[in-house]
Design a protein around this ligand. Structure first.
Ligand code: ADP
Ligand code: MG
Length: 255
C-alpha cells in the first residue's frame, strides 16, 4: 500500500509553555489538495513551522512518504504568509532564489524558471522589480519561486490574504487549474471559508488555540469549480455549515 504523502500524528506544540497546538492528526495522499481552516492565532503557521523544521513539536510524529521527517530529503516547498520577494532583485532573480540557495548556478536556475513565466502570467516581466507588479503578480512570482524547487509537497500559508476580493477569486481559479494540470500535492492554511471550499478535497477545521481538529469536511464538488449553477449552491451549503461550526466555537460572538 502506498503510504500517505504526509502523515501527522498527535502533534502538540507550544511557545514558552503557552500551548498552541493541542493534538493534531491528519493525513494527505499524493495529489490531494487539503486545507487547514481556523481562526487567526489558532496555530496554523506554527503547524507549517513544524513541517519545515524551523520548530520542533513537543509531542507526536510527522511522516513524509512513510519516513520520519528529517530522515527524508527536504519534503516541502513552502510559500510564507507574506510574499517575501526581495525588492532589490528582478522578478526572474527572485524566482531563481530557492534554486540558487540549493546550489544551482544562476544560469541553470534561469533556464529552469524561464519556461514557466508564461503559465504564471509573468511573461515579459522577467526584468521588472517587485514594486512594479500588481499584488496578484507578486503572489504568482512567489509561488513560481516555490514550485520550481520540485519538492514532493507544496505548503501555502494564506497566500491570497493581502489581495482584493476580485484578484483573490482570480488567483484561486488559476491555482486550481495549475494544481489540476501539474498534479501537485498541496496543503493550504487559511481563515477564508470560501477559499478553502473552492480549492480543497478535504478541510480540517481547527478550534481556537490551543488548536484541535474539531471537524473534517470532505468536499466532493466536481472540478474545475466554476462559480454559479447547482455546484455554486452546493458549495454555498458547505460554506454555510462550516461557518456554523466555527461561529459556535466563539461564544462571545453570539448575538
Ligand atoms: P495563525 O497562523 O493560526 O494565525 P500562529 O501559528 O502564527 O497562528 O500563532 C499561534 C499563537 O502562537 C498565537 O497566539 C501567536 O501569538 C503565538 N506565537 C506565534 N509565533 C510565536 C513566537 N515565535 N513566539 C511566541 N508566541 C508565538
Ligand atoms: Mg498564520
Amino acid at each position: 500500500m502506498i503510504p500517505p504523502r504526509l502523515e501527522i500524528r498527535n502533534i502538540a506544540s507550544s511557545y514558552d509553555g503557552m500551548k498552541v497546538l493541542k493534538d493534531i492528526s491528519l493525513s494527505v495522499k499524493p495529489g490531494e489538495f487539503v486545507s487547514i481552516l481556523g481562526p487567526s492565532g489558532a496555530g496554523k503557521s506554527t503547524l507549517f513551522r513544524l513541517l519545515t523544521g524551523t520548530k520542533s513539536p513537543d509531542a507526536g510524529e510527522i511522516r513524509v512518504d512513510g519516513k520520519m521527517l528529517g530522515d527524508a530529503s527536504p519534503a516541502f516547498a513552502f510559500m510564507p504568509q507574506r510574499d517575501a520577494l526581495m525588492p532589490w532583485r528582478s522578478i526572474i532573480d527572485n524566482t531563481t532564489l530557492g534554486l540558487e540557495v540549493q546550489g544551482m548556478s544562476r544560469k541553470q536556475a534561469r533556464s529552469r524558471v524561464q519556461p514557466l513565466f508564461a503559465e504564471f502570467g509573468l511573461a515579459g516581466f522577467e526584468q521588472h522589480y517587485p514594486a512594479g507588479l500588481s499584488g496578484g503578480m507578486r503572489q504568482r512570482a512567489a509561488l513560481l519561486r516555490t514550485i520550481v524547487q520540485e519538492r514532493p509537497m507544496l505548503l501555502l500559508d494564506e497566500p491570497f490574504g493581502a489581495l482584493d476580493a476580485l484578484t483573490r477569486a482570480g488567483m484561486q481559479r488559476w491555482l486550481e487549474g495549475m494544481w489540476m494540470r501539474h498534479d501537485w500535492t498541496a496543503m493550504l492554511v487559511t481563515h477564508d471559508v470560501r477559499e478553502a471550499v473552492s480549492l480543497s478535497d478535504r478541510i480540517y477545521l481547527l478550534s481556537p488555540r490551543p488548536a484541535e481538529i474539531i471537524r473534517v469536511v470532505d468536499i466532493p464538488l466536481a472540478r474545475p469549480r466554476v462559480l454559479g449553477g447547482t455546484a455554486g449552491a452546493e458549495a454555498a451549503a458547505i460554506e454555510h455549515s462550516i461557518l456554523e461550526t466555527l461561529l459556535n466555537l466563539t461564544e462571545d460572538m453570539k448575538p
